[in-house]
Design a protein around this ligand. Structure first.
Ligand SMILES: Nc1ncnc2c1ncn2[C@@H]1O[C@H](COP(=O)(O)OP(=O)(O)O)[C@@H](O)[C@H]1O
Ligand SMILES: [Mg+2]
Length: 354
């Protein structure tokens, strides 16, 4: 039997729940000449919701994660490579001969994919501008290409001058819809809300929340019904209580609960068993993560894991605050209504050792 829960990659179809309004909203954006900025912590479902909306509109899209980009030349090359996945090279070969720097193109004999490289140059922004203009030319007002840039807050990390340069290229474009995704709230608002930023008011800001409890409870119950006919509602509720409706961790815990019940149907108290199993699986990763925190961060994480207040701690408020910012930047701590450790299993791992 196939596990009815899925976590880690983009979900769709039977693994996708709720988000009807969000999908409708994103679709309406893609149908307009405006751009969308979607913010949420990691693994809340940004990629999944955007892909679902795009699939429904059947529009062509290019998607790139800035976290995997090492330089402007690399950015240009990967963008062109992705473009060739939706557009035949033959149709634009002529246009490429006009590039200021001619890229090297190689066809991978096994996958058939076109690999692209640009020679380093003294003006690395030229190839990027040429590639962006090529995409704009291939895109038409009736069928605008959607360009998704994930982890957009990394932009200035690629090169200090890139935000300004990229913005001025985008300024001249006519036919592209941009969807910019980001998982670091404070950096994203800095980029799009600060008057001095080149991306000030570039598009509409949208925040993605966790999945509503009722809907998620139905989703879980429906899929747990067969493996525990007596207690499926109760188990669904306790999973959500533990994960606080976090999309990824909920699916992860539900998948483990399901697996445990399939293998040992008579298991009495399944939740703590499944939780411990996940913690044990990640023990090495957690250890590696933990030893790299400084003492202040360790202290704060322990207080958060044990639900102890931070203010009463013996550290100055400013120290606590900057440590929290740093932990947020690393994605270890998230803030919605209060500061919390992002991964409930890591939280428990810390609490067990505190
Ligand atoms: N609409 C949804 N319904 C059910 N599970 C979801 C949904 N969106 C996300 N998830 C869960 O969260 C995981 C991460 O989703 P993803 O779209 O990759 O998030 P992000 O792009 O924000 O990091 C998925 O693998 C899935 O387990
Ligand atoms: Mg994603």
């Amino acid at each position: 039997m196939e596990n009815p829960f899925k976590f880690g990659t983009i979900v769709d179809g039977k693994y996708f729940t709720d988000r009807t309004e969000e999908v409708a909203y994103i679709k309406q954006f893609i149908d307009s000449p405006n751009h969308l900025i979607l913010i949420s912590p990691r693994r809340f479902g940004k990629s999944s919701v955007v892909m679902r909306a795009i699939k429904q509109t059947q529009r062509q899209y290019i998607s790139l994660n800035l976290q995997n980009i090492t330089s402007i030349a690399d950015f240009s090359a990967k963008l062109l490579r992705e473009f060739f996945k939706i557009h035949p090279l033959e149709k634009v070969r002529q246009l490429i001969t006009h590039f200021r720097i001619i890229p090297t193109l190689n066809t991978n004999a096994i996958t058939g994919a076109i690999e692209v490289a640009f020679q380093p140059s003294s003006s690395p922004i030229d190839p990027l501008e040429d590639v962006m203009n090529l995409i704009d030319t291939a895109s038409t007002p009736e069928n605008r290409i959607v360009l998704i840039l994930d982890e957009f807050q990394e932009i200035a990390d690629i090169s200090n001058s890139l935000p300004k340069q990229l913005r001025s290229i985008m300024q001249q474009q006519q036919n592209i819809n941009y969807i910019l995704l980001g998982s670091q709230e404070s950096m994203m608002t800095e980029i799009f809300e600060k008057k001095k930023s080149p991306f000030y008011h570039f598009g509409q800001l949208m925040r993605l929340n966790k999945i509503p409890r009722n809907d998620f409870a139905n989703y879980l119950s429906e899929r747990l019904k067969d493996c525990c006919p007596e207690k499926f509602n109760e188990i669904a509720e306790s999973i959500l209580k533990y994960t606080d409706c976090h999309p990824y961790y909920t699916q992860q815990l539900a998948a483990t609960v399901w697996q445990t019940l399939i293998m040992q149907p008579e298991t009495e108290d399944v939740l703590p068993i499944a939780i411990q199993q996940i913690i044990d699986t990640h023990n090495l990763d957690y250890e590696r993560l933990w030893i790299n925190f400084n003492r202040t961060n360790k202290f704060i994480l322990q207080r958060l894991a044990l639900n102890l207040t931070l203010q009463a701690a013996e550290l100055p408020t400013s120290t606590i605050y900057s440590a929290l910012k740093n932990l947020q930047k690393k994605g270890v701590v998230i803030y919605s209504t209060h500061y919390e450790i992002e991964d409930p299993f890591f939280r428990e791992w810390i609490a067990q050792r505190a």
